[in-house]
Write a protein that binds this ligand. Structure first.
Ligand code: PXL
Length: 270
């Protein structure tokens, strides 16, 4: 039997309460009708109160996951999640250069909503040097974009400039998420595409504590759409709408900062 069923991969960490990390990615792949695979990098002991512990997997094991996935599957798009440190990024970059795992969505996960660090500061330069130029799409939030370009982004023009700077580092398409004007009812993402087209993508702001996994879900839906052959702009728009729906109808899981609700969307039956 041929191997043409759409397959996507996440390179990232497990979050044991299921709200973020590879659990949110797999929920997203599933909802968008794409078969999900994982190169696991790390695991965190997290719940709706915060991250309480974390470990990274041995680098030779992580490298082996890439080898066996390459030997057997036909992965059409890949996204990154928690990459933890510079050595881990180097291992991942070596494997992405060695094999074709389709288009790369680089979600430069740096910090959780609770302020816990998922990427050490010393690794920012490695991320810039080894991964940005491999990416079809990069999805930093406002905070991550500030850390990667190394300066504050106080206004809209500074975000436009930062996106161009990330594109000059070699990433084809950029979405910088989540600039919120406190007086506005929307939260605005900025999109810069490979062909030079750019636009602000406003989304309704929902005041809720149940928003864990929003970033993971956006990048996972984008990867799922690319795996099915969709174009980048449509993938970004579908991803943003999916996340808005998932925030708009909370589910009661955990006591504090709970997960978004993937079921608020219509599942795609492959
Ligand atoms: O949402 C970012 C994220 C990514 N990966 C893992 C996480 C989190 C946030 O908690 O735990 C493993």
């Amino acid at each position: 039997m041929a191997n043409e069923f759409p397959q996507a991969m996440v390179i990232g960490g497990s979050d044991c309460d299921g709200s973020a990390g590879i659990q949110a990615d797999l929920h997203s792949f599933f909802m968008r009708g794409v078969y999900g695979t994982v190169a696991l990098t790390a695991a965190v002991a997290g719940n709706s109160y915060g991250i309480h512990d974390s470990v990274t997997l041995p680098l030779p094991f992580i490298a082996k996951e890439f080898d066996v996935l390459h030997d057997d599957l036909d992965i059409k798009a890949t996204k990154t999640g928690m990459l933890a440190d510079a050595d881990l990024i180097n291992t991942v970059a070596d494997k992405l250069e060695q094999y074709d795992f389709g288009q790369l969505v680089l979600d430069p996960v740096i910090m959780t909503k609770f302020g816990d660090m998922l990427l050490e500061e010393a690794a920012y330069e490695t991320l810039k040097a080894r991964l940005i130029h491999l990416a079809t799409v990069m999805t930093p939030n406002f905070y991550e974009a500030e850390h990667i370009v190394g300066r504050k982004l106080p206004d809209k023009q500074s975000i436009v400039d930062a996106a161009k700077e990330l594109q000059d580092l070699g990433c084809k398409n950029i979405i910088i998420k989540g600039r919120r004007d406190p007086n506005a009812a929307t939260v605005d993402d900025y999109v810069l595409l490979e062909n030079g087209k750019s636009f602000w993508l406003p989304a309704k702001f929902y005041s809720t504590d149940r928003r864990n996994g929003t970033g993971d879900t956006l990048s996972a839906v984008i990867a799922a759409e690319l795996a099915k052959g969709n174009d980048v702009e449509s993938a970004i728009r579908i991803g943003r709408a999916f996340v808005s729906n998932a925030i708009s109808e909370p589910i009661a899981v955990g006591h504090k900062f709970g997960p978004i609700n993937h079921w608020a969307n219509e599942p795609i039956r492959p």
